[in-house]
Design a protein around this ligand. Structure first.
Ligand SMILES: Nc1ncnc2c1ncn2[C@@H]1O[C@H](COP(=O)(O)OP(=O)(O)OP(=O)(O)O)[C@@H](O)[C@H]1O
Length: 605
């Protein structure tokens, strides 16, 4: 804001009232958000998995619902002529004043932006009216409630075993542990292994976030152990065993495994946080490479993640000079995908026309992407950020990309001076397309890893009731952790909507020789026996596929998985390798559903 524009006195009653309405709108949003996050504890204690899934899904829409409500009440209350530039300017200043002692000021600022952007058209929009960058600091915000953001424990005073037990019992889970002493001994043993022969320094302590992280059928304790100048992040997953009792399933120390737990390919956690910025700061100390935007997102605060991502992106754009170009790999029939080589994300625009055999529409594609946003992504589908009207400097687009956009998505582009505005796009993490990854695999072992991961990805998607539709390698990507993830959503279906059929035996020679299928095929019919003909042309890939995933080529596999889903079984999907789980030492405590062997990673062999 320029000096000249800065009002000396705040005198607009309308601005004050507007600011209060927006702040109240945000407070209502966050109250409901926290309520759902808090209820996750009860769902976990009762093992009410369907309720937990339902609540997690519903929470995703809370933000937009509250923004709409707020916009509606402002539109009902005020005439557009009331909202002069003077009022807009004062509105922001009043709002800042109202946030000085707020516990979630950064989220409240984003909410303000969402409401205001809904009211103002982009063209009439002044950056000085909204929070282009944060104004109210999130540093050192203390909780007002009794529970601090994290608790500190000193094992030197109380003993390691007792301290670990205390950490767990402090969460006051209202469900019985099968044998907490035994599980704590396991954690203790691994911790001692980790410390090796390091002596315990005077500052030796555990810092543990006060709220549990809930997702699917797990609750996670998140903390770090500090000894001298060493910091060891740790996560302890708590699960139900087959008798419905609680067990500590393992302890994760490996930063890579912890990063995978918080990956952009998974559903959001439910965590009861009074001061979310303090949680983000703590988590960043465990995962310094993860951008704050992704941490907010995985905590379910996806609009904050989106706002921060955009700021990071704008800054990157200013400090780089390379050109946006078409993403490497096979072009999509439905999506036009481009990327900036220096930036680890891709931009996806829905094309205007789709050649056969694609039978879809823009609305249908959006619906499929929305489905993925709300679904449990089980570590196998990339999360996407959806944006409208994104302006790019035209000079940063390659000629080839501009030509492709003009040819395939003319309805989506608009020129505005030096800018090219794209009306609608998705942004997602960039990966190496699996087809490219497989063809450049340096060794037999690498190739096997790729094929094994590919089949595991499909099987975990199936467990989550997702049929990918198009399973060609080009529709999967490989992450920097060498995990295979699906990213082409336009043909996705629920497994429970598909009919998995065996190819009928020909009844005569004519049928046997027919080049086209002679039997009728319904819209949702799937013939797994045919998958091999388009996936397994390369004998080297075939060899590894048949070793690990031959079952995927049988209708029986798909039918049995579908049956389990219809029977209401919510499968376990472990966001860490099987071989680090404690239960392997306690076979009697195998969790409710035995993990199918396909979840095993290559290192297990
Ligand atoms: N996240 C990503 N990281 C890297 N490359 C990607 C990513 N998403 C898409 N691509 C590239 O863009 C291409 C097209 O993307 P996508 O599969 O989403 O489009 P599509 O039009 O739905 O494809 P199809 O024609 O198979 O339906 C991919 O084959 C890949 O080369």
């Amino acid at each position: 804001m320029t000096q000249a524009a800065f009002p000396k006195l705040l005198r607009s009653q309308i601005a004050f009232d507007l600011a209060r309405t927006i702040r109240d709108g945000f407070d209502k949003h966050y109250r409901l958000f926290r309520q759902t996050s808090r209820q996750a504890k009860q769902h976990f204690e009762r093992g009410a998995w369907a309720d937990a899934q339902q609540a997690a899904r519903a929470r995703i829409d809370f933000y937009d619902q509250r923004v709409q409500e707020c916009v509606q009440s402002l539109e009902d209350e005020y005439e557009p002529s009331d909202l002069t530039d003077e009022v807009w300017r004062e509105l922001k200043l009043h709002y800042i004043g109202m946030l000085s002692d707020h516990k979630q000021p950064e989220l409240a600022e984003t909410f303000f932006n969402s409401v205001c952007c809904n009211i103002l058209h982009r063209r009439y929009f002044h950056n000085e009216f909204i929070f282009v960058r944060p104004v109210v600091s999130t540093d050192y915000i203390e909780t007002a409630e009794l529970r601090p953001t994290y608790r500190v424990y000193y094992p030197a005073t109380d003993g390691l075993h007792f301290t670990l037990k205390r950490i767990i019992t402090n969460f006051q889970l209202e469900a019985k542990f099968a044998d907490l002493t035994r599980d704590v001994e396991q954690v203790e043993a691994r911790l001692r292994q980790l410390y090796g022969d390091a002596s315990m320094e005077p500052n030796h302590q555990f810092q543990v976030l006060s709220s549990l992280f809930f997702r699917n059928k797990g609750a996670y304790i998140v903390g770090k152990s500090i000894n001298g100048n060493r910091v060891y992040p740790f996560v302890v997953p708590i699960l139900h065993n087959s008798r419905g009792e609680l067990v500590l399933d393992t302890v994760l120390f490996d930063p890579e495994q912890i990063a995978i737990l918080f990956s952009f390919t998974r559903a959001y956690f439910l965590v009861d946080m009074e001061v979310p910025s303090a949680y983000v700061q703590f988590l960043r100390s465990l995962m310094p490479r993860k951008p704050r935007s992704e941490i907010y997102t995985i905590l379910g605060l996806q609009k904050q993640g989106k706002a921060l991502f955009y700021r990071d992106y704008m800054q990157h754009l200013k400090h780089s000079s390379d050109l946006f170009d078409i993403a490497p790999g096979i072009r999509g029939l439905v999506m036009l995908v481009f990327a900036l080589p220096s930036f680890p994300y891709v931009f996806k625009v829905i094309k205007d026309f789709y050649p056969p055999p694609k039978e879809t529409t823009r609305a249908l594609v959006k619906q499929k992407y929305l489905l993925v946003k709300h679904h449990d992504r089980v570590g196998r589908m990339a999360d996407t950020l959806e944006y409208s009207n994104v302006a790019f400097p035209r000079s940063r687009f390659s000629e080839a990309l501009l030509a492709e956009l003009r040819q395939h998505a003319p309805s989506q582009i608009e020129y505005d001076g030096d800018q090219i505005v794209i009306r609608h796009l998705y942004i997602e993490r960039r990966m190496v397309p699996l087809n490219m990854w497989l063809s450049s695999a340096g060794s037999e072992q690498e190739l096997e890893h790729g094929v094994l991961e590919y089949g595991n990805a499909i099987k975990e998607l199936v467990a989550a009731n997702i049929f990918p539709g198009d399973m060609l390698y080009k529709n999967f990507g490989v992450t920097r952790h060498q995990r295979v993830v699906f990213y082409d959503y336009d043909e996705i279906e629920y497994i429970t909507d598909c009919h998995f059929r065996a190819i009928p035996a020909p009844r005569n020679e004519e049928e046997e020789m027919a080049s086209e299928p002679w039997y009728p095929i319904g819209r949702h019919d799937v013939f797994p026996e045919q998958f091999g003909s388009f996936l397994l042309g390369d004998p080297k890939i075939r060899k590894h596929f048949m070793k690990h995933h031959a079952d995927l080529l049988t209708p029986e596999y798909w039918q049995s998985r579908k049956q389990r889903i219809q029977d209401g079984v919510v499968e376990d999907v472990f966001p860490y390798p099987q071989q680090i789980r404690f239960y392997q030492q306690h076979p009697s405590d195998i969790p409710a559903v035995t993990p199918p062997p396909f979840m095993e990673t290559l290192e297990n062999e």
